[in-house]
Design a binder for this molecule. Structure first.
Ligand code: FES
Length: 281
């Protein structure tokens, strides 16, 4: 059993929970994920690790309540326990495992969408600790759905917030803001990391391909059981077939067949609704 140390509703329906999980916290790295099972009969939900505290032995997860399993998780309070918390799984993010000296040569821009903003945070935080400055573009529906702004202000060199309704920051999509920055010419980015809904990652990758800007995306949203068994996260990368939960979750965004992956995503629905859509990160 794993104890919930803290629980916070970041914005309506998006929660952050810090879970006491010493073994996971000891080896977790940005980009990896855990599988959470609320109780004996609960479904397995893969969630990206959003932060960790090795001293305290805790791991943070951020999730949106869109299906029965995440709703059940959100009903738990600090002090209560969850049945399973397995991880860290998947490969750590390429940018944080790269040597700092090599990374210093790069100008990196992160694109974060919706609840996918959460897993971007530990990557940017770790890069800042290594002395690497990165820009971040966050896309969200409105000011009221924006998460972790204060945290990002502390670690990003430049933070651009885009809202669909124009209620805060730039009025428009992340791709429009990114295009503006790329056309500006001053930024000279040579690496882009995009984490968010599949549709966002598809259009970011399409844009950056035009600009020949190397792009890494995280295919967490298409995972269902996170074990390599269900086949939901099968994806064509170049001319190879990969499984996001085993081979990823990060891949070269220019090589992914997004439409095929999204079609597969919509096929995997649980009896409780669109389970795969629960995991927009
Ligand atoms: Fe089921 Fe990867 S999530 S095989």
């Amino acid at each position: 059993m794993y104890k919930i140390l803290r629980k916070k509703e970041l914005v309506p329906n998006i929660y952050q929970m810090d879970i006491e999980a010493k073994r996971v916290a000891k080896s977790a790295l940005p980009g990896q994920f855990v599988i959470v099972k609320v109780d004996e009969r609960g479904e397995r939900v893969p969630l990206t690790i959003c932060d960790y505290d090795r001293e305290e032995g805790s791991v943070s997860i951020v999730f949106q309540t869109l299906g029965a399993s995440t709703k059940k998780l959100a009903e738990k309070e600090a002090g209560e326990e969850i049945r399973d918390f397995v991880g860290p799984l998947g490969n750590p993010s390429e940018v944080v495992t790269e040597e700092a000296e090599k990374l210093k040569e790069h100008r990196i821009v992160f694109i974060a969408g919706g609840v996918g903003t959460a897993p971007v945070y530990p990557q940017v935080k770790m890069l800042k600790e290594k002395g690497i400055k990165v820009d971040v573009i966050i896309g969200t529906k409105s000011k009221h759905t924006l998460i972790l702004e204060k945290e990002f202000r502390e670690v990003a060199e430049n933070l651009y917030i885009c809202t669909d309704d124009g209620s805060y920051g730039y009025h428009g999509l992340v791709t429009e803001k990114l295009k503006e920055l790329l056309d500006d010419g001053e930024k000279n980015y040579d690496l882009c990391v995009a984490i968010g809904p599949m549709i966002m990652m598809k259009f970011v990758s399409r844009l950056t391909k035009e600009y020949q800007l190397k792009t890494i995306v995280s295919l967490n949203p298409i995972m269902v059981d996170g074990t390599g068994m269900c086949g939901a996260c099968r994806v064509t990368v170049g001319d190879e077939v990969k499984f996001a939960c085993v081979d990823g979750p990060e891949f070269d965004g220019h090589l992914i067949q997004f439409d095929e992956a999204m079609r597969r995503q919509s096929m995997y629905k649980s009896q409780e609704g669109k389970k795969t859509i629960e995991k927009e990160q």
